[in-house]
Design a binder for this molecule. Structure first.
Ligand SMILES: [Zn+2]
Length: 350
């Protein structure tokens, strides 16, 4: 099969790779149709990481079932599906209570199977395959992973109707966070430094937008919330910006408010000075959120699929660019240079 393999320099080389085979009777083989580029993938772009050389990356994908093991009942060949890529070892204490997003072996297990979107074929256990209704496109389905990350963060935040919410970052995650908060009855202000992303934020429902390079976002959030500060702040930028955005988030939150960490940290120790006394004296909670899994009896990825199918959230507008797999390097470059290209969600068709 054709696959994009990571080079030691952190770009991709599209070439022939071995097609995966069904390893057990509960597994499914699918043909990938659309894969997205996530902020996590972008953080590895052009980074010298020899340990990832020849690996197939990508974890936002939709496709068609090709073959199923004899024990599979939920999908059949020909079904259009979205594939969940959050997958633990299935045996630890956290997997046992369905909190597999924090499984110690998450990375190893998911990258061995389902987290290999930038290739023609992928295998995974049947329970990770969700049948798509006819009116939900592959492209829309490739955004389900992103929105599931947002939905998990929203569940951890306890967000409710009429809450005042600030979102830092108007990339796919920040916009997803905003759209879910709006769908849940909150008032939302969103900050970014890219004007095209903020224009899109308005188009998909933000009540107020702030260009943090031109205006003080903390002052704007204060004004938006009658001087009090936001009930909930979602940090959706992460990476190298975190030393700026996290202190900012703690200043946007009201007393006894919450700051939810959705944007990703880099590995290792990160030093970020915070006004700990003020945070403590005003009882601001800092809530880390990681991927997604279950909410009560519901699978968060299934909930997002349901919201899209019912038209509660219109995810299509976030797709700004499309590239075939052969041009994956161009796709990543476009996503990275979002200031110039206006990229939000870049879809790769396979
Ligand atoms: Zn586990």
């Amino acid at each position: 099969m054709k696959a994009a393999l990571k080079t030691a320099e952190g770009t991709f080389e599209v070439r022939e790779a071995e097609r995966p085979i069904i390893p057990a009777s509960n597994f499914v083989l699918a043909r990938v149709r659309v894969a997205g580029i996530c902020g996590t993938d972008l953080r590895h772009w052009k980074k010298h990481e020899p340990e990832l050389e020849c690996h197939i990356m990508g974890h936002e994908l939709a496709g068609e079932v090709v073959e199923v093991g004899e024990g599979v009942a939920n999908v059949k060949p020909g079904d259009r599906v979205v594939i969940e890529t959050v997958m633990g070892d299935g045996v630890c204490d956290y997997c046992r209570i369905q909190r597999y997003n924090i499984c110690e072996h998450l990375y190893d297990v998911r990258t061995r199977y389902v987290s290999r979107a930038y290739a023609e074929y992928v295998v995974g256990p049947a329970e990770k395959f969700y049948k798509l209704p006819d009116h939900v496109s592959f492209e829309e389905a490739s955004l389900i992973d992103t929105f599931s990350v947002c939905l998990h963060a929203q569940h951890l935040s306890g967000l409710g109707i009429n809450d005042k919410v600030a979102v830092i970052g108007a990339g796919p995650i920040g916009l997803g966070q905003m759209m879910l908060a709006k769908a849940s009855g909150a008032d939302v202000i969103i900050c970014d430094v890219v004007d095209s992303a903020l224009a899109l934020a308005r188009e998909v429902g933000a009540d107020a937008v702030v260009n943090s390079a031109a205006e003080d976002p903390v002052e704007r959030v204060k004004a938006f919330t009658g001087g009090r500060g936001a009930d909930i702040v979602f940090e959706c930028v992460g990476g190298e910006q975190m030393p700026q955005t996290l202190p900012q988030a703690t200043k946007m939150a009201r007393r006894a408010g919450k700051v939810v960490l959705v944007g990703g940290f880099d590995a290792g120790e990160t030093s970020i000075p915070l006004e700990w006394q003020r945070i403590q004296m005003s009882e601001i909670s800092i809530v880390p959120s990681a991927s997604f899994a279950m909410h009560e009896i519901y699978r968060e990825q299934g909930m997002v699929l349901d919201l899209i199918a019912k038209g509660r959230i219109d995810v299509k507008k976030l797709v700004t660019h499309r590239f075939p797999l052969d041009r994956i390097n161009e796709a990543f470059d476009t996503a990275e240079r979002k200031h110039e290209t206006g990229a939000v969600f870049v879809a790769i068709t396979i």
